[in-house]
Every structure is written in C-alpha cells, then in structure tokens.
Design a protein around this ligand. Sequence first.
Ligand code: FMN
Length: 365
Amino acid sequence: MSNIYGKNIQISIFGQSHSPAIGLTLDGLPAGFAVDFDELKTFMRRRKPGQGEHTTTRNEQDEPEFISGLVNGVTCGAPLTVVIDNTDTRPADYEKLSDIPRPSHADYTAFMKYGGNWDRRGGGQFSGRLTAPLCVAGGICMQILKSEGIYIAAHISRIANIYDRPFDPVDVGQKEFETLKTADFPVLDKDAGARMLSAVSEVRLAGDSLGGVVECVAVGLAAGIGAPMFDGMENRLASILFGIPAVRGVEFGNGFEAARLRGSDNNDAFIMDGDVVRTRTNNHGGILGGITSGMPLIFRVAFKPTPSISIEQDSVSLSRREETPLVISGRHDPCIVPRAVPCVEAAAAIAIYDTLLDPPGYISG
Ligand SMILES: Cc1cc2nc3c(=O)[nH]c(=O)nc-3n(C[C@H](O)[C@H](O)[C@H](O)COP(=O)(O)O)c2cc1C
C-alpha cells in the first residue's frame, strides 16, 4: 500500500489537501513514552504554511488532535491516531485544473490513473499538505531517538545556485542543531541565508519558483544497524524520502561526487579513537553495505522548483484534446525547500527508528 511505511513501526497517512482533515495512524510504538508536546509544536511550526513571504499564504494551524494511543500524554501501546483539520481551503482555485493539468504537478498522471474520480482540489492526496502528518510521526520518533542519544538535524544546503556551509561530515557541530531547530529559515551561514531569501522574494514577485537541496545528518548511531541488499539503511531512507512530494534525488555521503574520484581519494581510512573504530574522512556518509558505520549519517535531498507558478504555461485540455495556455491562480510556495527541512528530518527519524528496531541478526525480508 503506497500510503503505508515501515516494518517494525508502521505509519499510515490519510487525507487530501481539501478533505475535512488529514492524519495518520502510527502503530508499533513502545508503551510508556511521554510525548513532549511543546517540542512537537515547535517542530510542526517549522513546516506550517502561512509564515512569511517565502511560504504559501494558506493559513492552517496544523494542530494535531490525538484520538488514540496516548493516556495522559504517554504512549499506551495502542495505535496512535492523529487528526489535523483542514480549515483554510479554497476549492474554487482548482476548478480550471480539473481539465487542464499543471505542468510538473501530478494532475495529469493522477487523471490517467484514477480517471475523473481523483480529488483535484489543492492537489488532493499528492499535496505537500500530507507532510503535516508525516511530521507528527517523525517528530515523535525523533523524540524517542533523542532519548536514546541519537540526534537528527537538517538545513537548507542550497537554493538555486546559492550554497549554505555544509555540515562537517566528521565532526558535526551539534551545538548548531538547536539554532537550526528554532530557525524560521534554517541555514548555517546567515549571509547565505539572506541571499537565498532575497532570491525567493525575487522569484515570488516574478510569479516563478525555485528548487534546492536539504542536507540532513543523524549522529549518535552505533555501528552495525541496517541490512544488506534491498533493506539497507540507504534503501529505507530513500523509500520514505521519495514519499515527500517534489523530491527529485537523494545522495548519501559525497554521493555523485564519488564517481569523479579515485579510490585513493574516496576511501575513508579507518583510525582508532581510543577504543572506538572511526574513519578519518566520511565520504561514505556513515553507511557501508547498507549498515551504519558509527560515523555521522549524512545525506542530501534535492527538491524541484514548485510546479505551480503564475507565469503562463503551455498545457492541454484533457476533454477537448487540444493544446491550451494555463495561468495558475491560488496560493503556492515560491520555494518548497524551507518548509521541506522538517519533513526531511521527520522522514529520517521514522526510517532510522524503524531500522533500529530490527531484531539482532536481521538480514532482510
Ligand atoms: C512542504 C511542501 C509544500 C509544497 N507546496 C506546493 C505548492 O504550494 N504548490 C505546488 O504546486 N506544489 C507544492 N509542493 C509539491 C507538489 O506537491 C509536488 O510537486 C506534486 O505533488 C508532484 O509530485 P512530485 O513532484 O513528487 O512528482 C509542495 C511539496 C512540499 C513537500
């Protein structure tokens, strides 16, 4: 089922952009974990729409209502079900799109798969709005991981051609994590951030959009977590990360850059750090053979520019079977990347926590 993810914990996401509500059921959490609701609220706020000119003006409160799975804020072993109301919908903005698909959005492919029955309002089940429940589940998994000494953080590594300072892959400055987690625009280099913001403002005024890259790191993972072949840590991360709409690519460690290097440059020499085996460099991004090495787990996620732009584009009328111009109205993010940062952290937390729960000696299956 394409809306269900996980082996040891299972998350099932439901709803559409303009249905009365969206939500999730998360099954398999251990009983006895006290959820920190303030921390979850802060986390959810980072993804929330309607904050500043670099996000869509759709104004949703994104307040999760816990229907089951908690007693006095503590997990009780029952499936955790959460509902988030959709309150600020404007279905009229999407009437024209029922016949004229937006280039680079899922309108055309959804029409081909579901015929006239799919919910086109706001992109239906393909909407970035479905990442709100992902963030509830991921926010809770991240809290559980933190209680086990595993920390996850991400930042905007790049918007268009403007780059932030990368994480140090060997010695990730964990001090920076708290700043990133409370920032409206999470970057390591404030000047780069200011340039990114003005690029987003410029493109918004032009009715266009920009893409970019999110870099994410997990620290505190022991060596030996994961499995080979089809169930490796990379596979499990990539599978959930590609569930975030607009993701175009995922690279681990130095990723595609490795293809350009000689083995002698790319290989990460093993060293002893007291009694602990580490690597001097971390081109492998903390994963070898699908299994964690104990080094920081680092990956980057590429996002395309927001498909809905207000510049006139070429499209087709599906009923008239003829080419026709399209001008999209409605409220859209000029750049998805800032709001995608917590989504990437959430997806990583779910995948890593799920993998951590594999039984000892687990191979694949
Ligand atoms: C947080 C977030 C917000 C998004 N906001 C918009 C938006 O305002 N307008 C839009 O056209 N696409 C938006 N998207 C992207 C589309 O949902 C996505 O491109 C579309 O569903 C097609 O899926 P694909 O790009 O993965 O092929 C957003 C994605 C995310 C993760």
